[in-house]
Design a protein around this ligand. Structure first.
Ligand code: ZN
Length: 632
């Protein structure tokens, strides 16, 4: 047993604890004593005070009520209005998961009901929200985790052992080093390796979705990177340019943890599964299998914002809201007891949006900042959000009033849901009639369903709307799920005006291209881009003025598509624009010593780097891929 567990046990009454184990950075004590289950609070408080770790006490699996009895006991304790949808058991961890419509009511005042469940059913309750839009994916993810309870318990304990059992590498001197395996002077394949004397940690592992050659993947063949030495992976958010290559590491034998938020875990799983599907549909060999994704899922350790967690003996991370999409995080990295602090912003938004709050700017320390530069160019200042929203509202009303259809290619996640929230606002204000259907195609629908499971991640205004005013922008009758080619064709053929949200955002495959082919030649229709458009993508070419696009015909050959519909670009993105990026650094506390710009095209990265230096006299760099930098 590690010293840390020994220390904790000293605070507990003799023989009260049957087993002590880690779950990642947390400590779990199992007990066979019903008496101790009722009065452990004091002992645990003292132990937490001493070791500064989270400690949970659970009934030992040997004293659990049978699942049937436990279910009965729990249902008796819970009032009907909690809306319990499902009760699931994770046997080896003594955890019972209660999925309810109103999780707050299950918890009860000060967790009172949870305590009673633990003491009477002899299982440790965890409450989850039953998503009001059914999500098959969430159901699947949850069942995979419960079915593999044994493996998970073992994995979580081993992870904790590694974090707390002390140093395993030779520590000759103190240094901190990062290497860009991707996202150096480019948007796409985000992947950055952090090395400390003790740790090897990868931040994100994404694809460049606009490419299909070798350059689509991060440089895992860099001399610094050895898969078998990797201690942990930290994922900032679910977008494929940050997660699309992750299962590949599991395919090649990585079995360590992935740290992310709950919405990130669910959405990235969905996007990765979809990547396999798309590759198959294009006749390519998928990069990885659904089993590799399952291996990854079993090793996800989810963290909340602000939850400080040790992930190796000398690295402690904290996720903070980044404002970019649901569950998206900036990662604050504290290395070696104050040796160095890094803030990896990943993708940020520095304005409040319909759903999210802007990125946080206050940190205890942050000497080095890794900042995104997607819209970092001097000419990337966008009109204020308010004007943008007004412009978008106008595109909608004009298209509808002339009987047209509006196609909005979206990234699937983030922008699509912001647009739904915006449309809802417009309906409430009477700007668009309630009977205009909003078609949400496949993937966008699934991700919207995941959004309904985690409303806690929205900003205060949206939470109030959902919880107090009963106005959920995703649960509206005018929103219609589209899943098949046939349904798509019916929408294209119908003569009723409508709004369509479909992936991909850049028009590189996916349903949005199908709609484009059906709608492009009619002048009354509109196309409104809403996301970053990669060089060479159909989206970028159409936005830049091409009006005749050659498409592969089924069965060989090419045919032209004439772009006669109205083309708009709504400059609302989940990314901070130039002004927001400058303001973010201005407001960042404390002021960093060094800023590394990544995740942006070359000129934009260089431009942002030089402007930040001129304005704030902070050392800036725009590292290239494969460049390694010593930060200390
Ligand atoms: Zn992103």
């Amino acid at each position: 047993m590690t010293d840390l567990l020994e220390e904790v046990l000293q605070f507990m009454p003799a023989d009260a604890v049957s087993e002590a184990a880690f779950e990642g950075a947390n400590i779990v004590l199992y007990t066979k004593s019903k008496r101790f289950l009722k009065n452990y609070a004091d002992a645990v408080r003292k132990a937490v005070h001493a070791v500064k770790k989270r400690i949970e006490v659970r009934p030992d699996p040997s004293i659990q009520l049978s699942k049937a009895e436990a279910q009965q006991t729990i249902m008796k304790l819970l009032p009907e209005e909690t809306g319990v949808a499902q009760i699931l058991f994770e046997e080896k961890r003594s955890v019972v998961i209660i999925e309810a419509d109103k999780p707050g009511l299950v918890i009860g005042k000060n967790g009172e009901l949870l305590d009673r469940i633990k003491q009477e059913a002899l299982w440790s309750p965890v409450v989850k929200r039953n998503p009001p839009l059914r999500s098959e994916l969430i159901e699947k993810i949850r069942s995979v985790l419960y079915e593999n309870s044994d493996e998970r318990r073992k994995f979580l304990n081993e992870t904790g052992q590694r974090v707390y059992s002390g140093y395993k590498r030779k520590k000759d001197h103190e240094w901190v080093r990062i290497t860009y395996l991707g996202s150096g002077r480019q948007v796409g394949r985000s992947s950055i390796l952090l090395q400390t004397p003790e740790s090897r940690i990868l931040f994100d592992c994404g694809l460049d979705v606009s490419r299909s050659d070798e350059e689509a993947y991060p440089y895992l063949d860099a001399p610094e990177f050895r898969l078998e030495e990797l201690d942990a992976i930290v994922v900032s958010h679910a977008h494929l340019d940050h997660t699309g290559f992750l299962p590949y590491l599991y395919k090649f034998g990585y079995r360590g943890p992935v740290y992310c938020t709950l919405p990130t875990r669910d959405i990235m799983t969905l996007l990765q599964l979809d990547t396999i599907k798309i590759m198959r549909a294009e006749g390519k060999e998928p990069l990885y299998t659904s089993d590799d994704i399952k291996q990854q899922l079993l090793r996800c350790i989810t963290l909340d914002y602000e939850e400080v967690t040790d992930i190796t003996p000398d690295v402690r991370i904290t996720f903070q809201n980044s404002g970019h999409m649901i569950g998206a995080a900036m990662v604050h990295v504290h290395i070696g007891n104050g040796l160095h602090n890094i803030l990896y912003t990943a993708d940020i938004k520095y304005t409040d949006t319909y759903l999210l709050s802007k990125a946080k700017t206050k940190f205890p320390r942050a000497e080095t900042v890794l900042l995104e530069g997607t819209y970092g160019g001097a000419d990337n200042a966008m009109p204020p959000m308010k004007e943008q929203n007004k412009a978008f509202a106008e595109i909608i009303t004009k298209t509808i009033s002339r009987g047209g259809k509006l196609l909005v290619p979206v990234l699937g996640s983030g922008r699509g849901q912001e647009i739904l929230a915006h449309i809802h606002e417009m309906v409430l204000e009477g700007l668009i009639p309630e009977n205009i259907p909003v078609y949400v195609d496949g993937m966008v629908w699934d991700i919207t369903a995941i959004h309904t499971a985690y409303p806690e991640f929205f900003n205060a205004r949206m939470r109030k709307k959902i919880f107090q005013e009963g106005q959920n922008p995703f649960l509206q009758d005018y929103i219609i799920n589209v899943g098949s080619h046939k349904e798509r064709q019916e929408i294209i053929d119908s003569n009723k005006p409508c709004i369509i949200l479909a992936t991909s955002g850049m028009l590189v495959g996916g349903a949005s291209v199908e709609y484009l082919k059906g709608l492009a030649e009619q002048k009354k229709n509109s196309l409104a881009f809403s996301s970053y458009l990669g060089p060479g993508s159909y989206g970028r070419r159409i936005r830049d003025g091409e009006r005749e696009i050659m498409f592969q015909k089924q069965g060989g050959g090419q045919e032209p598509l004439y772009i006669n519909l109205e083309v708009h670009t709504i400059e609302i993105t989940g990314h901070a624009d130039r002004t927001e990026l400058m303001n973010f650094i201005k407001n960042l506390q404390p002021r960093p010593r060094k800023i590394l710009i990544n995740h942006g095209e070359v000129s934009r990265c260089l431009d942002l780097a030089s402007s930040l230096y001129k304005k704030y006299r902070i050392e800036t760099l725009a590292p290239r891929n494969l460049e390694a930098l010593r930060l200390r």
